[in-house]
Design a protein around this ligand. Structure first.
Ligand SMILES: C[S@@+](CC[C@H](N)C(=O)[O-])C[C@H]1O[C@@H](n2cnc3c(N)ncnc32)[C@H](O)[C@@H]1O
Length: 158
């Protein structure tokens, strides 16, 4: 949905989508598919070392699926991808714990999708993780929550 919204707003954008899942992109409006390159069953890190560059990397509803003890490695990989691809902007969309809507989303992930690793992350904890990996002085982070419990962080690398 986020990809379709961005492509609707910005006709100049092209998207490269990676995911470790074998089937991806099913929520993209078919009218935008000619502007989306899908890489299923692929780690994000595989884009590093290919000579490609990106204006922005969007991570939508992924972090809460990454097991808590693997999140630090996820961010380290992302730091490497940003260095390699020249990307200076990361947009993170995730779900905040502590609301009924967030709780229902967590239960859906755990018991309908069946991902027992899911744990929701508070925006402040996500921001602390990002600052820890990228160094506090090297990032500007803005946080918005226009559709609680969904939140969005925009991370600008200096
Ligand atoms: C709720 S879906 C969101 C999919 C897509 N980003 C979107 O917004 O429609 C969560 C996705 O996170 C992916 N995922 C989980 N752990 C991951 C990891 N370590 N690296 C990359 N993707 C991961 C899953 O395969 C799943 O497709």
């Amino acid at each position: 949905m986020i990809v379709s919204a961005m492509l609707e707003q910005r006709p100049d954008l092209h998207v490269t989508m990676t995911d470790i899942a074998p089937n991806i992109g099913s929520f993209i409006d078919p009218k935008f598919l000619d502007r989306v390159m899908l890489h299923p069953a692929t780690t994000a890190k595989s884009v590093a070392g290919t000579g490609r560059s990106f204006n922005a990397i969007t991570i939508a509803d992924v972090l809460h699926h990454v097991p808590a003890d693997a999140r630090s490695m996820f961010w380290s990989d992302l730091r490497e991808i940003c260095r390699d691809t020249g990307c200076r902007t990361i947009i993170v969309k995730d779900v905040c714990p502590g609301t009924l809507r967030g709780f229902l989303s967590l239960m859906c992930d755990r018991y309908i999708t069946g991902d027992r690793h899911v744990t929701l992350i508070r925006p402040d904890d996500m921001i602390a993780d990002i600052k820890h990996i990228f160094q506090t002085d090297a990032v500007d982070i803005s946080h918005s929550e226009p559709d609680k419990a969904n939140y969005c962080l925009v991370v600008n690398l200096k």
